[in-house]
Design a protein around this ligand. Sequence first.
Ligand SMILES: [Zn+2]
Length: 479
Amino acid sequence: MAKYEAVIGLEVHAQLQTVTKVFCSCSTHFGDPPNSNTCPVCLGLPGALPVLNRRALELAMRAALALNCKIQPRSRFARKNYFYPDLPKGYQISMYELPLATDGWLEIAFDGNRKRIGITRVHMEDDAGKSLHEGFADSDRWTYIDFNRCGVPLIEIVSEPDLRTPAEAYAYLTTLKQVLEYTEVSDCNMEEGSLRCDANVSVRLRGASKFGTKAEVKNLNSFRYLSHALEYEIERQIGIVESGGTMTQETRLWNVAAGRTEPMRSKEFAHDYRYFPEPDLLPVMISEAMIAEVRAAMPELPAARAERFLRDYKITPYDASVLTAARALADYFEATVNAGAQPKSAANWISVELLRRLNDAGKEIAASPVSPASLAELLQQVDAGQITAATGKKVFAGMFDLGKTATEIIVAEGLAQISDATLIEKIVRDVVAKNPENVAKYRSGNEGVFKFFVGQVMRETRGQANPQLVNEILKRLLA
Ligand SMILES: [Zn+2]
């Protein structure tokens, strides 16, 4: 690795968050019975005519603007011809010579560095169907096809070959996902195939200006696969070059079980697809006014939201960056504040207690057993001194594990803070009476022993005594 460097470019496909498909009005809903969301258009029946979904175009433009691209005034769909059972039209409708947007960038942060990664293009296309090779009694003999995905709107985001390490590629995909989620362009659900990634990888001697021959690694559908596949592929290519071999341009697949990339087919070239303009769709003409409209409707981006959190809520920059890492988490924080929690307490409890418990339980924020309103109720009681912070943590654990509200747990377990001065004084008197030596030490100037008395009182009250009252009464009685 000291001698070589890798050159990596990523092609990311993201499903646009529309209700209907890109060229027909069939539903895009995931998980419906196979082949229930189909019509003559997405099945490619003769004579059927596609019509572009305006919402899909708006979302694609939104992604392009968020990625700092230039939106082209005129773009055009083309037919990308190939034959495969999951592609009933015999071609995919995609933008080729005239893509929707070009020349953008995305800034990534990794290891304390920032780096701008070029975005070559963003274009729209339709998805193919899905071949089902498993799960049926006769799966050993037959492959089943589900056309529900056919015609689902996608954007393809092609990066410049600006990435140099698997860690940079990982940071790029993480940041891109964050942007697409924040802008509501895509839900980026990798399990449901809403975000897919292919990588172009080559290696060259460090300092060389010419690129080596690249391999395209397909279907890196999780962050883990992306890192592992890139590491494997870089080593494989260095091995070939070092042993005097020649790289061939090819498409490879990441074999998860075997932990290696495997040849899939020789890399196809553009001419293999016999691209030609899609005759059934008009060119896409985009006016400055439409760009302004899409820009005006753009949801707040992650960096802007972090700045607003600092300004409006006066939380620490660290908390702001943790809380805005995912949109759902930032939403959770704001909902907690809107439900009445103090921003600083909310930030602290969410970034420490809640995230730790979610992480331990392997849950996403969306599946949190504690709702923002419920957390706000707890924090109000802690901040008002009705329960101590230590008790608050115990109550929070119960809320998380049992799904009960703070008040239910506090009442059921008798955890409310003891603020009855007479009761506390009685306990303090007992403690003082039982420890004459320490009283003597305190009175002779050893103030360190004060902590011992606080500890004793807290033990007697199971940590529920109001700490301020305990301090006051102890000082008075020890004096
Ligand atoms: Zn349809």
